[in-house]
Design a protein around this ligand. Structure first.
Ligand code: CO
Length: 494
């Protein structure tokens, strides 16, 4: 009789209890040189990796309702001469400071965190926290912590001390939103090939106003223009090509009444409409060109775009899409998620034909994946290599991201670096080697939460040989809760 081992239903490559602890709060602020290192930090790796994400997942006795409501905490890893230094600080937002003083939740969160005291303490209280927890970018001499529904906070890049809300030298007014997903165009055609930072804000309503901003390397505003599109919009990310800023207007409804009446967070009132098409809106980046183009496509829900580029009469957009998206429920606990019941994020390519207005789409990667990145020289350009957080093997379902996947778009070849069973990855960041020619000559940096040791490790992977051994694993003395977005800056701040 042959012995067969039947995989049990629990043969998933992770332990849910270990995964959950990555959502424990990290209330402490640290400063130290990282000394527990496996492998060696490349001497040529010189600069600072900034990361942002929720640091507190509970306040006083109360757990927050969704990690998107957690107070922003910035981590900085600075690299020089083969050494690395770690520092983290909470963004001292008005709400963080007041809630820390009070030891309890005082503000409502967009994703359903309510003040204690039930309906009567939340009714008609529209005061939201500007939690500064989503993105971080160093541009124009300023380090900015970003949250899409309000103004950026400026921090000292050296000490991470909060300097206050930043209005970008008068570009923003109090209360203005500024997206957490800026892109840096490495070579802007409108500026004789100089780099520029492109970002947007959405003023939602029955119609949605999208304002586009472009900033010079010294932080000065180059261009700003606004366009209204019909319908409510929930737009988290966008993508650029040399000529266009591209927005996916996901098919969602917003019913503000439960929010106004204190029963739900604003994010809980957004309802995905899977039967409706997505509108893809192309806004010309040149303000003198007013010809906005709109395409209709069956797409699912998109949070993040990988890249876009122009080829002949096509604009090609690569995006992570979800066939369906569950609504955040008031009585749900984000840690008790049933991954198998959720649709995976999958990488799709959309080919928008500028001549006849049609769209073709094809799936580039079916494996559950999220947080795409690539060589920053390729933003808005045809590119070959994509790096993305992924599940270690394609099981057809959703699961925590435990691997970094490198996809060769030209050949379809895939390489995976897995941290399963106890490692859970965050967004990868690509750093090019100095004077590199090849698109993949560089390092992929990702922060990995180790559920078996309850601490985090920064992994430096070889982008040209992703599946090979890590170049270095930098073990921190503590954990960092699962984060959102980060960015690399060539300057060393330590
Ligand atoms: Co994002």
């Amino acid at each position: 009789m042959t012995n067969t081992i039947t995989p049990s239903a629990s043969s998933q490559p992770y332990n849910l209890e270990e995964w959950k602890r990555g959502y424990d709060s990290q209330p402490n602020e640290y400063d130290y040189e990282i000394t527990e290192i496996e492998g060696e930090i490349p001497v040529e790796l010189s600069g600072t990796l900034f990361r942002n994400g929720p640091g507190l997942l509970d306040i006083g006795e109360s757990a927050i309702h969704h990690p998107f409501d957690g107070d922003g905490m910035i981590s900085a890893f600075s690299f020089q001469d083969g050494k690395a230094y770690y520092r983290n600080r909470f963004v001292q937002t008005e709400a963080y400071v007041k809630e820390k003083e009070a030891g309890k939740i005082l503000y409502r969160g967009v994703f359903g965190t309510q003040k204690p005291g039930g309906l009567f303490s939340n009714i008609f209280d529209l005061k939201l926290k500007n939690i500064a927890n989503t993105g971080v970018i160093y541009w124009g001499g300023k380090l900015l912590a970003l949250w899409e529904a309000a103004e950026p906070h400026r921090l000292d890049p050296q000490t991470l001390e909060t300097m206050g809300i930043d209005y970008l030298d008068g570009v923003l007014s109090p209360g203005d939103a500024f997206s957490a997903h800026p892109w840096i165009d490495p070579s802007c055609e409108l500026d004789d090939g100089a780099p520029c930072m492109v970002n947007f804000r959405v003023d939602p309503g029955l119609s949605s106003k999208i304002t586009l901003f472009e900033f010079a390397p010294d932080g000065k505003l180059l261009r700003q223009h606004a366009h209204s599109i019909p319908g409510f919009s929930f737009i988290h990310d966008f993508i650029i090509t040399p000529n266009y800023a591209i927005f996916f207007q996901n098919p969602v409804n917003f019913n503000p009444l439960p929010f106004l009446f204190g029963m739900r967070g604003a994010g809980e009132c957004v309802e995905f409409q899977p039967q409706k098409p997505t509108n893809v809106v192309l806004i010309p980046r040149d303000p003198s060109n007013k010809e906005v183009k709109t395409f209709s496509v069956e797409s699912g829900f998109v949070f993040h775009h990988a890249n876009a580029f122009e080829r002949d009469s096509q604009v090609i957009v690569d995006s992570i899409t979800y066939q369906t998206l569950p609504q955040v429920q008031p009585d749900s606990n984000y840690k008790e998620v049933d991954f198998n019941s959720l649709d995976p994020g999958q990488l799709w390519r959309f080919k928008l034909n500028l001549e006849d207005g049609t769209v073709e789409r094809e799936m580039l990667e079916s494996r559950c994946c999220e947080f795409p990145t690539h060589n920053p020289d390729k933003v808005g350009r045809d590119y070959r290599y994509l790096y993305i957080g992924a599940i270690p093997e394609d099981t057809g379902s959703n699961a925590p991201l435990q691997a970094i996947l490198k996809l060769d778009i030209e050949t379809g070849e895939r390489e995976t670096h897995s941290f399963a069973p106890s490692g859970f990855v965050s967004e990868p960041i690509f750093v090019a080697k100095p004077n590199a020619e090849a698109e993949d000559a560089g390092w992929v940096l990702t922060l990995v939460y180790d559920g078996s040791k309850h601490r985090s490790t920064l992994a430096i992977l070889d982008a040209e040989n992703l599946a090979g051994d890590a170049i270095a694993l930098l073990h921190l003395k503590h954990h960092i809760p699962y984060g959102l977005h980060g960015s690399w800056c060539d300057e060393v701040f330590s």
